[in-house]
Design a protein around this ligand. Sequence first.
Ligand code: NIG
Ligand code: FE
Length: 441
Amino acid sequence: MEIMTSFFNICYLRLVFLRLNTYMGLLIKNIKGLVQVEEKPKLKVCGKDMSLINRISDAYLFLENGQISDFGKMADMPCKFNTSGNTDIQMIDASGKFVFPSFCDSHTHLVYAGSREQEFTDKIRGLSYEEIAEKGGGILNSARKLNETSENELFNQSMIRVNEIISLGTGAVEIKSGYGLNLAAELKMLRVIKRIKETSPLEVKATFLGAHAVPAEFKDNRKKYVDVVISEMIPAVSLEELADYIDVFCDKGFFTVEETERILMAGLKYGLQAKIHANELDFSGGVQVGIKYDALSVDHLERSGDAEIEALKGRETMPTLLPGSSFFTGLPEPPARKMIDAGLPVALASDYNPGSSPSGNMKLVMSLACINLKMLPEEAINAVTINSAYAMGLSETHGSIAQGKVANIFITKEIPSYEFLPYAFGSNLIETIILKGKIIN
Ligand code: NIG
Ligand code: FE
């Protein structure tokens, strides 16, 4: 009996302890500007509407059970949120600060081994992409390093980048394979992505990119490599349920439209929707083939003209631009202005990878989009939140401040306006990160 009583006492004490330490919700009050709020959530924003951002000044935001529960003007805040003496609710005072939905980064290659700063130096000295590749650089260089790295080591290296992008305001990320280029190493990459999904607070989508480059041993028989991708890799990836999407680098010197079609058809048989690399190096037909197979997104698009813009009109495929990549490689900028003016939606992503964009900083991506692509700050905000959420199949749950959406947000330092975020391109202005309703830092 005595044993039972003390057992119940311990349980009671634990309950009291838990109650004192577990808040029922998180209230952020006195917010100078609550940015990207939606009463009626949309899946994406197109054309002229991209220059509009709904926001509430002098606002509150209440997060509960990992979701956005309530928001509005401070003057209308229900008295149940009055926190004086209310120990159930944790409170943050955001006077002078802005609250944004976390960035959604819909195109990255952040699982890779080592780095390629030697190629960076070679490029500065004037070597072309082809010359660098001949010296053993490029995608095949990353593939060699990755094949020599254990799964655990690859996970540890990648988690450093994952934690870095979390601190930079990203709340959801798509990560591609494509530096394995053989069955075992592609599976290794995808298993690392799966571990990131399971262990980090980020929302993660995985994309199989076996057709990123033709490995040297298949140089004289590219058809055979495409066959390996189709008949060995795709079935094995599906069997382990390691991928949400499938990608092909459909471009000059990489994979042709015909090869891309074969791979996308094979992917569709296993339920893998396409998100493809298109029109980076040439007018490759990548945009058109992506649309033909109902790709969720076509990405890069540095070489896009009227035909590509026409082809994208009225379609569900999201044109996704990667201004970090054109900035770093010196390639022409994609025609963002023409696309938006033609009524298209545009998403922005970082392309975080060791060769063409060694940065996952989405705030910098916004600045580059404003400065180099001539996108308005409002257009850039839509492109890094709701439209990039769409480009990874997440816009029902992420990408805006709307009731019931996942509570992924960041609070800025004290700043004068929301435009200040892309304007102050080199400043770290993000102060507090909240993912799935939990304060991360
Ligand atoms: O998105 N363009 C193809 N793939 C990557 C670059 C890969 C690399 O150089 O490692 C990209 O830019
Ligand atoms: Fe890429």
